[in-house]
Design a binder for this molecule. Sequence first.
Ligand code: SF4
Length: 387
Amino acid sequence: MCKPNQHPDKMDARIKAILIAEGSADIEPELLSTSKALASGPSTAGPGAGVGSFFFRSGGHRVRLEYKRDPDATLIVRRIDEEAAGGGSDAGDVDAGIDENDDARDTRAAGDEEVDAGNVGGGDDLVIFCGGRELVRGRIEPALLHCPEQAYITLSESCIFDCTFCPVPKLGGRTKTRGEVLRMVDDASRIGNLRAISITSGIERSPGEEVTRAVDLVKALTKYNLPIGVSVYPTGDSSIRMKNAGAVEIKYNVETMDREIFGRVCADMDLDFVLASLEDAVNIFGRNCVFSNFIIGLGESDRTVREGVETLAGIGVIPILRALNLHPLRPDLKNVCPDAARPDADRLLRLARFEREVLDAHGLRADVAETMCLPCGGCDLVPHWDV
Ligand code: SF4
């Protein structure tokens, strides 16, 4: 799977695809614990919930990797100076491959959903080995709240729906109070480098209650004068209410555009209703402001993905092609999707390039998004940025 460059240095689309396909890396705890702020803690949202991760930046690209301790891992992260001193591979010039723009980033940050203004630091120059060969050099990029430069907050950490790829229903977390969320955003804004506020939520009791909770918060958060994006399960009037509250972007997830697979994995959801809500959202928020997560790896064909991307782009929605995360809390996914597997780098790259072509044909731009996953880009190949 690893196809290291002859002269590895900065990340490019192919290297990012390799990193996303692998998804996790062995990394020494000291590289993360030099500042607790350097890595995001366990996420509380969506298919990546419950897993700790860190952000790696190189060549103007960003990727999120789950961290683990496993000397036999395919991806291994080490300090460049150690490799240079200790031999390693052909480490060469220890400064090679570090983007000067990356050096200039604000290194203050916080753990996942817990702002930690203390012990800030970072700037370790790192190398990622893939299958024992040097793949790419870069550095850890601090998260602010869940991801870099955003306060991305999960309101309800539980869900009455039971999509079989998602650990949230099994984690059964709590729902944050309004005061808690406001305090978190306030702390993040005081730390600095806060460019956007993003809100997502599971469904504690009903979709309508979550929409009301999010609307109430959006109204309170407009005082920061930052773009606000919201990702929830839609209701009949969720888009107009979010827009009137002050949100600028919205995300309703289709999860998959393979209707047969959708019926098996998202039995509590209604794909036609989500699609109608997305179309309605484009009328309210405008083109380039409405997004939808589309999981790759549930057993769907490339053809289904291509048709789904065309359908979404055709109504003005930007799909976010998200590699399936096989979560240990959801072994039951294999019962309903025996072919479920994380996609390989070639497939991710092929589909991302296809999406870029489709977006271009429809006059859509993924790189103008201001909130949520597109400007973060940690989990996906983002059209117009990575490809
Ligand atoms: S791409 Fe989205 S889910 Fe992934 S780390 Fe960034 S904000 Fe979180």
